[in-house]
Write a protein that binds this ligand. Structure first.
Ligand SMILES: *[C@@H]1O[C@H](CO)[C@@H](O)[C@H](O)[C@H]1NC(C)=O
Ligand SMILES: *[C@@H]1O[C@H](CO)[C@@H](O)[C@H](O)[C@H]1NC(C)=O
Ligand SMILES: *[C@@H]1O[C@H](CO)[C@@H](O)[C@H](O)[C@H]1NC(C)=O
Length: 379
């Protein structure tokens, strides 16, 4: 008996919980359905539906009927040109907070229905953010808040004729501590004949005149913002292959060669083909050449990389006996530019009878045959 009664009680309890859930569900549906009904004539703004779906999904109150009543195509259509998101990052460029939405509505009455922010700078230009909080807007539906950005036209006149910028409009949702974001996927073009860009139907005004949607906080406060990312023209380089170099031969002589006690020597700067070069010699070699051959390198004075074709020579007193090696390609020695590790065996160089070391002097020549030139152009 006792157990049975307890069971019965439990059943009553479940029934009660069940009915209460129904009540909550109905209240929920009514609560969310009301604005839905009010805004039915604005169905093309998929955002409205999207967002409430999200709200109800999270609160566990998503009724099947409402879900099925949302045509799927709306979402698809929307994602092609504009995108809506929820994010936690505050506006990048500017944010405006209003003490009271109803007072904002009053404030704009003598200003063509708009509130214009103070100028702010973004991407090297000055901008203002414009809010149309009520009916007196230039065109379009009256039940929406419109947001615009306007570029300071003096920048357009002074600097260049057009500016491309990605614009994202935002409003704060306090219930989730996030921002609702609306943006077109393409960058917008601003020029003298189009100094502002905006979204006419940003959010329904009802979201700000009634509490419960999360757009009002601390009483009647609300916040709007914008991200402006200006698209800068990209830097580019113009590459060319230079041949028939002007002043192609760099001549360098090292005197008192046998007295040298340094690992390496660098020349003064040479100019060849409109570019500055430096020669560097390791009298006793470097790397695998150390101790057996002399190494000679050509360096770009301005540390440019790229392709070089050059002949490296050690001059003999009998020109027919010059030692010559050709190098072609990108820098083949990280610190030393282009060059030859084993240009001439030290035994040959130091043997005065071979004709390279004359009066304790060695003469080098580097003949530049070609190189790639890149001019970088940045805006
Ligand atoms: C709105 O303006 C009225 C009158 O100007 C003022 O009394 C009231 O405090 C304001 N409301 C808020 C929330 O700032
Ligand atoms: C932006 O405004 C400031 C202050 O008015 C001005 O000094 C500055 O030159 C402006 N910048 C541009 C790019 O117009
Ligand atoms: C530039 O902007 C100012 C202020 O918005 C406006 O009065 C003026 O007519 C504009 N000038 C041009 C050339 O568009």
């Amino acid at each position: 008996m006792f157990t049975e009664e307890k069971k019965k009680n439990t059943n009553y309890g479940s029934v009660f919980v069940y009915c209460f859930s129904c009540f909550v569900l109905v209240v929920g549906v009514v609560r969310f359905a009301k604005p839905y009904y009010n805004l039915q004539n604005l169905m093309e703004t998929e955002a409205v539906i999207e967002e409430r779906l999200l709200d109800m999904g999270k609160s566990g109150l998503l009724p099947c009927e409402l879900r099925s009543s949302v045509p799927a195509r709306n979402h698809h259509k929307l994602s092609q040109t504009v995108s809506e998101e929820t994010r936690t990052r505050p506006p990048l460029s500017y944010c405006m907070q209003f003490e009271s939405f109803s007072n904002l509505t009053n404030m704009v009455k003598n200003n063509g229905g708009k509130y214009e922010s103070r100028p702010f700078s973004a991407g090297g230009y000055n901008w203002t953010l414009l809010i149309y909080p009520n009916a007196n807007k230039p065109e379009g539906k009256n039940s929406y808040i419109s947001l615009y950005v306007k570029i300071d036209n003096s920048s357009l006149i002074t600097y260049q004729n057009e500016v491309y910028a990605w614009i994202k409009f935002l409003t704060y949702k306090s219930d989730k501590d996030t921002y609702y974001e609306f943006h077109a996927t393409e960058a917008q073009r601003f020029h003298l004949f189009k100094q502002q860009y905006g979204v006419l139907e940003f959010r329904p005004i009802g979201y700000y005149t009634t509490t419960g949607y999360g757009y009002l906080f601390n009483g009647e406060q609300c916040a709007f913002g914008v991200d402006i990312v200006v698209s800068k023209p990209s830097a580019w380089e113009d590459a060319s292959y230079e041949e028939n170099i002007r002043d192609p031969i760099l001549e360098w002589r090292i005197t008192k060669f046998s007295a040298g006690d340094q690992v390496s020597y660098t020349s003064d700067t040479f100019s060849s083909g409109g570019r500055n070069w430096i020669l560097k010699v390791y009298p006793n070699g470097v790397g695998s050449a150390t101790g057996n051959s002399l190494s000679l390198y050509l360096l770009s004075a301005s540390n440019q990389k790229g392709y070089v074709k050059a002949k490296f020579r050690v001059i003999n007193q009998t020109p027919a006996n010059n030692v010559e090696k050709q190098v072609e390609g990108w820098p083949n020695a990280q610190e030393n530019g282009w060059g030859v590790d084993k240009l001439i065996p030290l035994a040959d160089l130091k043997d005065t009878s071979k004709g390279f070391l004359v009066k304790d002097t060695v003469r080098f020549e580097v003949e530049i045959l070609a190189f790639s030139r890149t001019d970088s152009i940045s805006n």
